[in-house]
Design a binder for this molecule. Structure first.
Ligand code: SIN
Length: 483
């Protein structure tokens, strides 16, 4: 029997940066669901936040805490900010190139709720794609692609490996350590900006195994998404557009966001998303992102991918205004993790990136803190594993025979997506949440495949957590009435 030192579930920033933290002689395997680039990192546009210098650490911490609406773990935020310059220097010393001016000075940008320019970017608006490609090149360990993790192998409170579905059959993969870096829950929602592979299966497995999840009611919606394309993943229009001066306007070109918050376009994204949602409902007006005051050459150079994506959708930038809507973007809550990158209460199991809840995002994630979190805690998990002696598991595990998917699941997945969008998104009511819970519980009792079952468990956890939090905070906004 082959036993790996480390199995990493997911090939986004957290999984890959953890992987390159292990020397080549260790037996490490990365598992990803389809193509390595199908992950949320690949689609990240804005950038990587870093404390600009040591003096900026307290300011970065306070911006993160303020955006997090009082729910962040301050120690975790402090740790992440203190590590930020280190991970950025490490990337650059390995050869990663952030955007710089002609003299080689790094170009720092700003996004909503940051009090200064401290976000590094690459390829203009393709930070995630460039970083992902770079980390893939740096990774010295093998990767098993087109493999879905269908279970965690558990012996008491110890993780012993995973069961996967790969090449048409189930297989057991034994490991002394497992790192979950599988991302969030995007496919639970009708409108989202996530890779289509991100479907909350691993969260569902954790729920099944009694592994703690935290803050699952905290689901973040990005304010400026073009939802008119026909793909499940909607076109993100980066926060950096507003950071660099784009306006959000109604049909009459009125910058109505100032009616909601004096910071206008630069208010935290929970406030901007809710304002757009409310304004559309109240006035019936379409809402647009407007960039016509940008210099054309500057726009094309700074946002080359947004420029091309919108051109393919029929918009000429920067002169055309583009209709926008908020859409699901990021799971703030996740698998409860400590500062060592370990899953709380379970031996040999680690978690990093969007899958984790480290407490750094509180009730509303500060823009571009997510790639940073993936880097900091991916590295941390790799360090902790190498500093911890593991006792190999003794149990024998059997392959499961439960069907993964049934033909009727597709329709139910669509119902779930619509339900989560209607009842468990930007504005919630107790009544709507209760209705959602009822439908989810009903579907859980039907004859369904394992993957849908796991998705439903995650959805149920989101709804149940939302029902428990009766007051609004950050992205969790709950009103008494349906209107
Ligand atoms: C964006 O580019 O707007 C995304 C940044 C983020 O999600 O932090």
């Amino acid at each position: 029997m082959v036993r790996y030192d480390v199995v990493i579930i997911g090939a986004g920033v957290a999984g890959l940066y953890a992987s390159i933290g292990f020397p080549k002689h260790l037996k490490v395997l990365i598992i990803n669901k389809s193509h390595p680039w199908e992950c949320n990192t690949y689609y990240a546009q804005g950038g990587v936040t870093t404390a600009y210098n040591d003096a900026d650490i307290p300011l970065h911490v306070s911006d993160t805490l303020e955006a997090g609406a009082g729910l962040c773990d301050e120690t975790a935020v402090q740790f992440m900010s203190e590590q930020s310059q280190k991970v950025v220097s490490d990337l650059m010393s390995r050869g990663f190139v952030f955007d710089a001016d002609e003299l080689g000075n790094l170009l720092y940008t700003r996004e909503a709720a940051h009090s200064c320019n401290r976000i590094l970017h690459a390829g203009g608006d393709a930070t995630g794609r460039y970083l992902h490609f770079f980390l893939l090149q740096q990774n010295p360990h093998p990767m098993l692609s087109h493999a879905t993790v269908t279970d965690l192998l558990m012996e008491n409170n110890r993780c012993c490996g995973v069961e996967v579905f790969s090449e048409g059959k189930r297989k057991l993969i034994h490991a002394n350590n497992v790192i979950i870096a599988s991302g969030g829950v995007g496919s639970l929602y009708e409108y989202h900006t996530n890779s289509h592979d991100i479907s909350a299966d691993i969260h569902g497995i954790c729920i099944e195994k009694g592994i703690a999840l935290e803050n699952m009611e905290m689901m973040q919606f990005h304010p400026t998404v073009f939802v008119g394309n026909h793909k499940a993943r909607k076109q993100l229009l980066s926060e950096a557009l507003r950071g660099e001066g784009a306006y959000v306007v109604d049909e009459n070109n009125c910058r109505f966001l100032f009616q909601y918050d004096e910071r206008g376009e630069m208010a935290p994204r929970d406030i901007v998303s809710r304002a757009i949602f409310d304004y559309k409902q109240r006035t019936g007006s379409q809402v647009y992102i407007a960039c016509s005051h940008f210099d054309k050459e500057y726009f094309q150079g700074r946002f080359p991918n947004i420029y091309k994506a919108l051109r393919d959708l029929g918009y000429t930038m920067p002169q055309d205004r583009v209709p926008i809507s908020p859409a699901f973007h990021y799971a703030i809550g996740g698998i409860k993790s400590d500062l060592e990158g370990a899953v709380v209460g379970i031996k040999n199991l680690y978690v990093a990136g969007e899958a984790a809840c480290t407490g750094v995002h509180g009730a509303n994630r500060l823009a571009s803190n997510s790639l940073l979190e993936g880097l900091v805690f991916g590295a941390r998990a790799a360090q902790t594993i190498q500093a911890t002696q593991t006792i190999p598991c003794a149990s024998k595990f059997e392959l499961s025979t439960v069907a993964l998917e049934l033909e009727s699941d597709k329709e139910k997945k669509d119902i779930l997506r619509g339900l989560m969008w209607d009842k468990v998104s930007i504005v919630r009511t107790q009544q709507g949440l209760k209705e959602a819970l009822e439908v989810i519980e009903h579907m859980l009792n039907e004859n369904i495949g394992r993957l849908l079952h796991l998705r439903l468990l995650s959805a149920k956890e989101i709804v149940s957590s939302a029902l428990k939090r009766t007051d609004s905070i950050g992205v969790h906004y709950i009103t008494k009435s349906e209107n």
